[in-house]
Structure formats: structure tokens, C-alpha cells
Design a protein. Structure first.
Length: 240
């Protein structure tokens, strides 16, 4: 589903991604872990072209999204993203947050968008909050709305950048549970996370980034019990 070949990203002289090559299969769940500043967010942001790769190629399905002719908006429609800090529209109700892009970008009717929106809110356990404003929700509820909003565009791929890092501890589980059930529907997902238990349980593969290099790419059973690099061993020792 996603093929990444020799991906480089530089900000000025700073080389943040130093040639990353990997593939993510359809329906696969990949956890991306690594120290702060290792390039995890930049890597995710390249996959939906929030950052433009300096070099290398990224295919989503058959499409080379790094090709100049690619319609960036189309790519973003197909690749949903969930951020650490939710990024909801504060002046729209929860349901309006979900219906806005499908109506505006996909040309869905209000009726159709609301029907899909309400189904998604039910899936994330927030049917009762459809008419509430984001400011009146807890962090965990906001993040579940953000996930539902991304899903409303019916993407083929979902990217998550530390979706639980800004949450109070008691709200982490409700968000991880939503992500887990999404994984079970067969969604292709790439998740930057510090939740090692979640990565171990839900991910099919772990990508360990350090200094802009993909140091390990292994199933969690291997990665957590037998990391091959000293850098990963070091990181895990600090995390666990
Ligand atoms: P991580 O998510 O693993 O913490 P990031 O991808 O956010 O790492 O950042 C990797 C490096 O790139 C850091 O040194 C960061 O300061 C730098 N960086 C990220 N975004 C930008 C940007 N827009 N301009 C300049 N430097 C950036
Ligand atoms: Mg980051």
C-alpha cells in the first residue's frame, strides 16, 4: 500500500531523514518509535505531503505522490492524519467538524455527511456529543472526535502522530481502544507512539528511527525481546 524509497528530508542544512526505505502493506499496523528529534514526525508528514521530501520516492498504491504532477489535495484526502493536539475546529460543533471536509471537498450532501458522521461518532463512543463544541470535551473525547473526523474522509491510510501524548493518563486507554478497533477493521495505519505496550500488542511491525535513520524494522516480538542495535537497546532500557 505504501512504498518508501530512499526518503530524504532536509531543513536547510539539517538533514532530518537520511534515506529511509520501507514498505507498509495493506491492512498493516506499523508503530514508529525512537528518541525525540529522530525524525518520526517528519517521516509521517512526508507520507501525506505536509512536508515535501528532498529526495526519494513515496508510492501510495500505484501512485507516486512525490511526482510533481500529483494532486496534493487528493493525496491528503486519502491519507488521514491525527495529531497530538487534536486540531479540531473550535467554532464548529463535533458533528460539523466531521461533516465539513466531506461536504466541501468530496461534495457530499449535508444529509449524507451527517449520516456518516453520526455512524462514526457511534463507533468512537461519542454519539451524545454530536452537538457539543470541542471546548467542552475532555482531551480523550477530543482525540476520538479527531479520529472520527479523519475517518469521515474515508481514507485508505491513517497516520497518527503521538495521539495520546497530550492526554491525562486516565484518558489514554479510551483513545488506544478506538485505535485498536480501527486496526481490527483492516485499516492501514502508521502510528508514532511512546506507548510500548500498545505497540507490542497491536502493531504488526515496529520501525525504530534514530538520527533520521531507520535502524530497525521488525515484528514487535523480535524488536522488544531481541533488538539488534545498541541504539534500540539503549532506547528500550530508558522506556521500559
Ligand atoms: P520527532 O518527531 O522524532 O521528535 P521531528 O521529525 O519533529 O522529530 O524533528 C526532527 C528534527 O527536524 C529536529 O531536529 C527538528 O528540530 C527538525 N525540524 C522539524 N521540523 C522542522 C522545520 N519545519 N524546520 C526546521 N527544522 C525542523
Ligand atoms: Mg514528533
Amino acid at each position: 500500500m505504501i512504498k518508501i524509497e530512499n526518503l530524504h528530508k532536509q531543513f536547510g542544512k539539517l538533514e532530518v531523514l537520511k534515506g529511509i526505505t520501507t514498505t507498509i502493506k495493506e491492512g498493516e499496523v506499523v508503530a514508529i518509535i525512537g528518541p525525540s528529534g529522530s525524525g518520526k514526525s517528519t517521516f509521517l508528514r512526508c507520507i501525506n505531503l505536509l512536508e515535501k521530501p528532498t529526495n526519494g520516492r513515496i508510492f501510495i498504491g500505484e501512485q507516486d505522490i512525490t511526482d510533481k504532477k500529483t494532486n496534493i489535495m487528493k493525496v491528503r484526502q486519502n491519507v488521514g492524519m491525527v495529531f497530538q493536539h487534536f486540531h479540531l475546529f473550535p467554532h464548529k460543533s463535533v458533528l460539523e467538524n466531521l461533516t465539513y471536509a466531506p461536504m466541501k471537498v468530496k461534495g457530499q450532501s449535508k444529509k449524507e455527511a451527517e449520516k456518516i458522521g453520526l455512524e462514526l461518532l457511534a463507533k468512537v463512543g461519542l454519539s451524545s456529543k454530536a452537538n457539543e463544541y470541542p471546548g467542552r470535551l475532555s482531551g480523550g473525547q477530543k482525540q476520538r472526535v479527531a479520529i472520527a473526523r479523519a475517518l469521515a474522509m474515508q481514507p485508505e491510510v491513517m497516520l497518527f502522530d503521538e495521539p495520546t501524548s497530550a492526554l491525562d493518563p486516565e484518558m489514554v486507554k479510551e483513545v488506544l481502544d478506538v485505535m485498536k478497533s480501527l486496526a481490527h477493521t483492516g485499516m492501514t495505519m502508521a502510528i508514532v507512539t511512546h506507548e510500548m505496550g500498545f505497540a507490542r500488542e497491536v502493531a504488526d511491525r515496529v520501525l525504530f528511527l534514530d538520527g533520521g535513520v531507520l535502524v530497525e524494522d521488525a515484528p514487535p516480538s523480535e524488536f522488544f525481546s531481541n533488538p539488534t542495535s545498541d541504539r534500540a537497546k539503549d532506547f528500550l532500557q530508558k522506556m521500559l
